[in-house]
Design a protein around this ligand. Structure first.
Ligand code: AMP
Ligand code: ZN
Length: 137
């Protein structure tokens, strides 16, 4: 399969491994957005968040706090961003992964929650809730 992360898992490609268990693998992102930027992936080739089963999500997410704490102790960041890009045009490797990005003062990263949607009325919030809940399966 032509997937970089599967190649890493099959040891056809090198990676800077930091953690592994039966279902999950974590390694340093080759592009260190900041010092310690880490990726956590399922060992199974699963394309994106839409394809994760509950058990996959549980297996992956349960190691996130452990790795986040290790990054905190290792690098003393001011905080950490945990993000996952899904589907084109956001995603560049189509094997689900979670980025753990330790943050440092003036690190130049631009990951924060700012209001890009404008002023959201109570009615609009309620419309959003109704729509999303209707589509929860
Ligand atoms: P995304 O753009 O969210 O799909 O993230 C994919 C990430 O994979 C990028 O941050 C890349 O730097 C990273 N990446 C691509 N190839 C490798 C590799 N061989 N080893 C480690 N990280 C990689
Ligand atoms: Zn893969």
């Amino acid at each position: 399969m032509d997937c970089i992360f599967c190649k890493i898992l099959n040891k056809e490609m090198f990676s800077y491994k930091i953690y592994e268990d039966e279902n999950v693998y974590a390694f340093l992102d080759i592009t260190q957005g900041t010092k310690g930027h880490t990726l956590v992936i399922p060992k199974e080739h699963i394309k994106n968040v839409y394809e994760l089963r509950d058990v996959d999500a549980a297996n992956i997410f349960k190691v996130i706090p452990k790795i986040a704490r290790a990054l905190k102790v290792s690098f003393d960041p001011i905080g950490i961003n945990i993000v996952s890009n899904n589907e084109l045009p956001l995603q560049s490797v189509f094997h689900f992964h979670i980025h753990l990005i330790p943050r440092y003062k003036n690190d130049g990263m631009e990951l924060s929650t700012i209001n890009n949607y404008g002023n959201t009325s109570d009615k609009e919030f309620n419309n959003l809730v109704t729509l999303i809940k209707k589509n929860l399966m």
